[in-house]
Design a protein around this ligand. Structure first.
Ligand SMILES: *Cc1c(COP(=O)(O)O)cnc(C)c1O
Length: 409
C-alpha cells in the first residue's frame, strides 16, 4: 500500500499540493487549499487556517459540518449495513421514501446518487411515459437559458449555459427559451414536446427567482397541452429557500421533481419524486442504479430531515434569509461595485459591476476567511449551512462588507 501517513501529509502541505497537481485530473480551477476538518459553519485547511463556510459545498451541507445527528446516523448505519444494491429493499431507504413522498406530496420516489442522475432519470421518465402511451414522437423537452441541470449527456442537453455544453455535442432533444418568458414557451410548443424542465429559482444561474406566477403559468400550460412539468429542486430543495421545497411556497404541483444537493447533508444521494399518474412510465427493469438509495446515504438523509424538524431549520433559513436580504440590499445601495441582489432564503447572490471580477473578490474573501461561490455572469453566491449561528452570520457579512468597501481604495 502506497499511502502517506496522515501526519506526514498534514505537516507537509506542499507535498499534498504537489500531489494534487500531479495526480488529480485538471478539470477544476482551484486554489492550493486543502480542507481537512469542519465544525458547524466553519472549516479548517491543512495549515490550521479557519474559514467561515458561506457556500456549504455548493448548497449541500445543510446541517453544516460534523453535525452530531448526521455523524451518529452514518456511524450507526455503517456498523449495520452499508450497501445492498436494489436487488433487495433496505430499511432506511423505505423510511426515507415515505418521508420524501409525504413532505413533497408526491406518490413515489426513485433514488440515485447525484443531481445529474436524478435529472437524467426525470428526462428518461418523460420520454418513456409517452412511449408507453404509444406517443413515441413526444420526446422533446423545453428548458431555460442559464438553467443548470447537470453534466451527464441528457442533463447537459437541458443545461442552458453554452459554456457547459461546448464541445460535447451533438446534444439533442431540448429547446431553450429565456427564463421567465411564457410567450417564448408557448411559441416552441409542438406535438413533439414531452415536458418542460424548470428550476424554481436559477441556482448556478445566479440565484435568479422566477417571476411571480411563472411556475403556476407553466403548470397551466402543461395541463392544457398534456405535457409534463419537470421541476429541478436539486439546489432549492430541503429548506434552502425558506420552505421545504421552493415550489411549495407557490403551491405548484410538479409531475416529477428532483432533489439531491442538500438531501444527504454531504453524503451523495439524489431522488426523483413522481406523481401517481406516472407510476407506469418506467416499467420494471427500464431504469436503475447500483448504489442508488443505499442504506448509508438513506440513513444520512433521514437524519437531515429529522434534524430540519427538531432544530426548526426551514424557519431558520427563512428568517436568516430575510436578514441576509436586508444586509445585501443595503450593500447594493452603499457599494459602487454591487449592482443587484437576488434570491431568497439561504440562496442569494450579489451581482458585481463588470469592471470588478467576482472571481478576484472571491479570492480576497477567502484570504479574509470567508468562503463563497460564483454564480451567473459576475455574481457572488451565498449558500451557508442552515445551522449558521447569529454570530457567524454577523462575522461573514462583516467580512463581505469590509472587503467590498476596501475595493474602492
Ligand atoms: C448542482 C445541480 C445539478 C447537478 O447536480 P450534481 O450532483 O452536481 O450532478 C442539477 N440541477 C441543479 C439545479 C443543480 O444546482
Amino acid at each position: 500500500m502506497n499511502r502517506i501517513p496522515e501526519t506526514e501529509a498534514l505537516t507537509k502541505p506542499h507535498l499534498l499540493a504537489e500531489k494534487a497537481a500531479r495526480y488529480l485530473y485538471p478539470n477544476y480551477a482551484r486554489p492550493d487549499v486543502v480542507l481537512v476538518r469542519g465544525q458547524g459553519a466553519r472549516v479548517w485547511d491543512e495549515s490550521g487556517r479557519e474559514y467561515l463556510d458561506f457556500y456549504a459545498g455548493v448548497a449541500v451541507s445543510t446541517l453544516g459540518h460534523s453535525h452530531p445527528a448526521l455523524v451518529r446516523a452514518i456511524s450507526e448505519q455503517a456498523t449495520r449495513l452499508v450497501h445492498t444494491s436494489n436487488y433487495y429493499y433496505n430499511e432506511p431507504n423505505i423510511l426515507l421514501a415515505e418521508q420524501l413522498a409525504t413532505r413533497a406530496k408526491m406518490a413515489h420516489v426513485f433514488f440515485c446518487n447525484s443531481g445529474t442522475e436524478a435529472n437524467e432519470a426525470m428526462l428518461k421518465l418523460a420520454r418513456r411515459h409517452f412511449f408507453e402511451r404509444g406517443d413515441a414522437n413526444r420526446y422533446e423537452i423545453i428548458a431555460f437559458e442559464s438553467a443548470f441541470h447537470g453534466r451527464t449527456m441528457g442533463s447537459l442537453a437541458a443545461t442552458g449555459t453554452a459554456k457547459y455544453r461546448q464541445g460535447f455535442g451533438p446534444l439533442g432533444g431540448v429547446t431553450h427559451v429565456p427564463y421567465g418568458d411564457l410567450a417564448a414557451v408557448e411559441s416552441v410548443l409542438s406535438a413533439r414536446v414531452a415536458g418542460i424542465i424548470v428550476e424554481p429559482m436559477l441556482g448556478e444561474g445566479g440565484a435568479v427567482e422566477a417571476p411571480p406566477g411563472f411556475l403556476r403559468a407553466l403548470r397551466a400550460i402543461a395541463d392544457q397541452h398534456g405535457i409534463l412539468l419537470l421541476v429541478d429542486e436539486i439546489q432549492t430543495g430541503i429548506g434552502r429557500t425558506g420552505s421545504f421545497l421552493a415550489t411549495g411556497a407557490e403551491e405548484v404541483r410538479a409531475d416529477a421533481l428532483t432533489l439531491a444537493k442538500g438531501l444527504g447533508g454531504g453524503v451523495p444521494i439524489g431522488a426523483l419524486l413522481t406523481g401517481p399518474h406516472l407510476e407506469a412510465a418506467l416499467p420494471k427493469g427500464s431504469h436503475g442504479s447500483t448504489f442508488g438509495g443505499n442504506p448509508l446515504a438513506s440513513a444520512a438523509a433521514l437524519a437531515v430531515l429529522q434534524t430540519l424538524d427538531e432544530e426548526g431549520l426551514v424557519e431558520r433559513a427563512r428568517e436568516l434569509g430575510v436578514r441576509l436580504r436586508d444586509r445585501l440590499d443595503a450593500l447594493v445601495k452603499k457599494s459602487a461595485f454591487v449592482t443587484e441582489r437576488r434570491g431568497r432564503g439561504l440562496l442569494q447572490a450579489i451581482e458585481l459591476v463588470p469592471q470588478v471580477s467576482a472571481g478576484a473578490v472571491l479570492a480576497r474573501l477567502r484570504e479574509r476567511g470567508l468562503l463563497v461561490t460564483l454564480a451567473g455572469a459576475n455574481a457572488l453566491r451565498l449558500t451557508p449551512p442552515l445551522v449558521l449561528t447569529d454570530e457567524e452570520f454577523e462575522k461573514g457579512l462583516s467580512i463581505l462588507e469590509e472587503t467590498l468597501q476596501d475595493l474602492s481604495s
